[in-house]
Design a protein around this ligand. Structure first.
Ligand SMILES: Cc1cc2nc3c(=O)[nH]c(=O)nc-3n(C[C@H](O)[C@H](O)[C@H](O)COP(=O)(O)O)c2cc1C
Length: 341
């Protein structure tokens, strides 16, 4: 339970911590994350921004060998996450307390006024707050409140993850989709407590870079300048600066990544194979101008296309995908097997 002195804890610049973050999927099950590090992550969550200072985000910290409900939790977690939670050191179950909105609105804003945060400068005054603003907020239906507060919980979790990276631990968010409502039931959560997401924490068994930064869409395909569809460009000098500061890092897959995964699988008696998509799907993806693919991933794709025995598109699913996308007004033709659009 010992806590190091401040000078023993390295200071990681925030841009570097953001760039170092990876979803870690291979944890060292022999190593336990120190309590002070979990506490640090929770503190970071506590100080994330929250609407009206209502403090809606809570969490249950779970340890595999201490929690009587572990087996129940294991049944709730999506299949591809079971191995992860069993090798992680801690599982943080993030909760969103909807009643904070209704029950803490008055005190939250009162605490902001006493802090010198909310003032008359911005139009706040007691009478208007109590007769208009707060009752209006409190009359939101729970579904609307839930959307607002889950967003807030996301902020808290992101803060916790960044703090975790800052103190050298690996993180991943994991879905509990196998048994909807299962976590709520296991912990007997009252209906105002929404289970928002699971978060596994531990020391990475894989290299902390986890094979490099994962690709994203291009910056200007995501961000818009004054109007939707007008690309907001990132200046090359900013990009160069961020590379130097460590926010933008070498894209995956780094050299040796696949050997690393095969070796870990070998040590754990797990399938060492990779997940590959059909050749036409890989070719289409690599040709997609929306994605920011660098030379490493392109080289990997070329190698996979040349050497792997790739699966066929499941023809019977064409209709399903077309229908699912059509429901959202998306033209599925480019996603269909080549020559059939
Ligand atoms: C809300 C959320 C839920 C996620 N759920 C899972 C999950 O259930 N299992 C998993 O392996 N990864 C999960 N991830 C991790 C993403 O797949 C991951 O962010 C993505 O692979 C990009 O990699 P990176 O986080 O290392 O940049 C989740 C991420 C988010 C933000």
């Amino acid at each position: 339970m010992s806590v190091p002195s401040a000078d023993q804890v390295p200071d990681i610049p925030i841009l570097k911590a953001l760039g170092d973050r990876r979803s870690i999927r291979y944890f060292d099950d022999t190593r336990e994350v120190e309590r002070w590090k979990i506490e640090t992550m929770l503190q970071a969550a506590r100080f994330s921004s929250c609407q009206g200072n209502i403090n809606a985000t809570e969490a249950i910290v779970v340890r595999r060998d201490e929690c009587d409900l572990w087996e129940e939790l294991e049944e709730c977690v999506s299949g591809f996450n079971v191995q992860i939670i069993n090798q992680a050191s801690h599982l943080i179950l993030w909760l969103t307390n909807i009643n904070a909105w209704y029950g803490r609105a008055v005190d939250g804003i009162s605490s902001l006024s006493l802090s010198g945060a909310a003032t008359k400068y911005h139009g706040w005054n007691y009478e208007f707050s109590m007769t208009q603003t707060i009752p209006r907020l409190m009359s939101f239906p729970p579904e609307r409140t839930e959307t607002l507060l889950r967003f807030e919980s996301g902020q808290a979790v992101a803060n916790a993850i960044t703090a975790g990276v800052g103190v050298g631990v690996g993180n991943i968010l994991i879905a509990f989709g196998r048994k909807p409502g299962g976590v709520e039931k296991a912990f007997n959560l009252p209906p105002n407590y929404k289970f928002t997401w699971g978060h596994a924490v531990g020391y990475p068994l894989e290299d902390a870079k986890a094979g490099g930064q994962r690709p994203r869409l291009k910056f200007d395909k995501l961000f818009h300048d004054n109007a939707l569809g007008t690309p907001y460009m990132c200046q090359p000098d900013t990009e160069a600066l961020l590379r130097e500061k460590g926010l933008i890092q070498e894209q995956a897959p780094l050299d040796g990544r696949f050997d690393e995964i095969v070796a870990i699988a070998g040590q754990h008696g797990r399938d060492p194979g990779m997940l590959y998509f059909p050749a036409a799907e890989i070719e289409r993806l690599m040709a997609d101008d929306d994605w920011d693919f660098g030379p490493r991933i392109r080289a990997k794709a070329a190698d996979v296309l040349a050497t792997e025995d790739l699966p066929e598109y499941p023809q019977e699913m064409k209709e399903t995908f077309t229908k699912l996308m059509a429901e959202h007004g998306i033209d599925a033709s480019k996603f269909l097997p080549r020559g059939e659009e």
